[in-house]
Design a protein around this ligand. Sequence first.
Ligand code: ASP
Length: 298
Amino acid sequence: MTKQLQATVVTHGGAGGSRDQDDGCVFAARAGLDRLAGGGGALDAAVAAVVALEDDGRYNAGSGSVLCLDGHTVEMDAAVMDSQGALGAVACLQRAKNPVLVAQAVARTPHWLLAGEGAERFARTAGFAIHHEISERQRAKHARLMATLGGQEPATPGIANRAFKDYWNYDTPPAFTPCDTVGAVVRDGAGNFAVACSTGGSAPSLLGRVGDTPIIGSGFYAGADGAVAITGIGEHIVRHLLAYTVYGWIAGGMAIGEAVRRGVGLLPQEIDVGIIAVDRTGAAMHSNREMPCAEERA
Ligand code: ASP
């Protein structure tokens, strides 16, 4: 008989967020544990936690997603994976309330990743209603970004604000003159692992930009030895295949706390990055920025 393990759900609300928002992460982690208590598996729990974070409105995912530079479009990425073979993701998905649920639905199709218009059409086919509501919080965040882009301080470290104007690919003209994502990792009592993550993408970004969040091995990974979720600037994270790199260290026997610290250390200090992970016995979270997060055990 398999030994029962202590069920654990770890959540984050994005590197660069505020610890004042830990309460939403605690709520989400408990939603995951409730799902396990109700008979759900690790994947159901990870998805339930991320749905709670998407619906919160304070994090850059689902209802809180950053607006694209045109001030209207919202493009979201999300992914799910578990240690039993489930894998699904969406990229540049528009007009959906809970991208993580669409990613979970993709896991049941012949494909693992659907993007753009095809992803949205799939969402409708799978029964998800059109959702495009923009909150005052999202508008205010966008206005702050526009102000930054109009100034000298780069809105993205190392990238001149001017680049977003030079490569502008929206229908409407640029309106300026010159990150926080969510994720959950779960270990259920049977020793299965799952990860789910969701983001409105990093800001600023051109239309069609995809970060690390829906890319297997970069923004997320789950296998027989654990689950890992990453947050931060996707363009840097993908270059290190960060989720798989950290998973590999854990699978190779490195202590989980050291693995997440070493993973964060791979990126230069000026680049936001945060990592949460679970393995057979432990859980860990680490970031080079403030990062709302929570760990709940059954
Ligand atoms: N990793 C996300 C992206 O690059 C953003 C974030 O984690 O805040 O799309």
